[in-house]
Write a protein that binds this ligand. Structure first.
Ligand SMILES: C[S@@+](CC[C@H](N)C(=O)[O-])C[C@H]1O[C@@H](n2cnc3c(N)ncnc32)[C@H](O)[C@@H]1O
Length: 201
């Protein structure tokens, strides 16, 4: 949506680095396991912002596509990629209407929630591909400042992924503090087949 583009451009233009330059701690912690699991190195960063996680993945050898609606975020991402000597395919798209068509070995979805996009993310994972999700959950405090449709409910992320053909290799929720968060690592079945879904976390 155009209002999202304007809002995020203003945020990225007014701060040096909105979410910092370091990758998400969850991604950094899981990267060795991810590299062992993914069948290949094509990665997609959903709502990549200024590209901190895209950059990290590119430095780890992934061929990364980063999608975001904010030109200002992507300009910074491209600049940082050039400075680090890595090549990232940053694309300005509105995920409200963009259709995911290519297939990926790894998809990350951090600090962004569009519930209706999740089935397409799983659909465009290659067999054996991995999806990492890390975003905020609703709390009384956050509900006063955030749009409720951008906040997950306790247990919701796990329930969503239990319906997909694959294994939840890790899931947790941090309910305390001012930023309750939920994280999940999912691996799609290698045979691309249907249910039953297995849960190991
Ligand atoms: C909190 S930031 C997260 C950035 C990045 N994932 C990270 O963790 O560093 C949310 C991002 O979602 C993007 N965004 C919001 N609405 C969008 C839309 N409709 N299509 C694509 N990107 C969108 C914003 O531009 C912003 O960069």
């Amino acid at each position: 949506m155009e209002t999202d583009r304007i809002k995020w451009n203003q945020r990225y233009e007014s701060e040096d680095s909105f979410l910092g330059e370091h990758p998400s701690p969850f991604l950094a912690r899981e990267i060795e396991r991810i590299k062992m699991l993914t069948p290949g190195f094509a990665a997609l960063d959903i709502a990549c912002g200024e590209g901190r996680n895209s950059l990290f993945l590119a430095q780890q050898g992934f061929k990364v596509t980063g999608l975001d609606i904010s030109d200002a975020g992507l300009i910074k991402g491209r600049k940082r990629a050039r400075a680090k000597g890595v090549d990232i395919d940053f694309r300005r798209v509105d995920l409200d209407s963009y259709v995911l068509e290519e297939c990926y070995d790894l998809i990350i979805n951090f600090n962004f929630l569009m519930r209706e996009l999740i089935p397409s993310e799983v659909a465009c994972l290659k067999p054996g591909g991995v999806l990492l999700f890390d975003t905020i959950m609703a709390s009384e405090q956050l509900l006063q400042t955030h749009n409720p449709s951008y906040l997950l409910h306790p247990g919701e992320l796990r329930r969503i992924f239990e319906a997909f053909p694959g294994v939840i290799l890790y899931a947790d929720e941090t309910c305390c503090g001012d930023m309750p968060t939920t994280r999940l690592l999912f691996r799609k079945n290698e045979n691309n087949g249907g249910k039953p879904n297995a849960i190991s976390a």
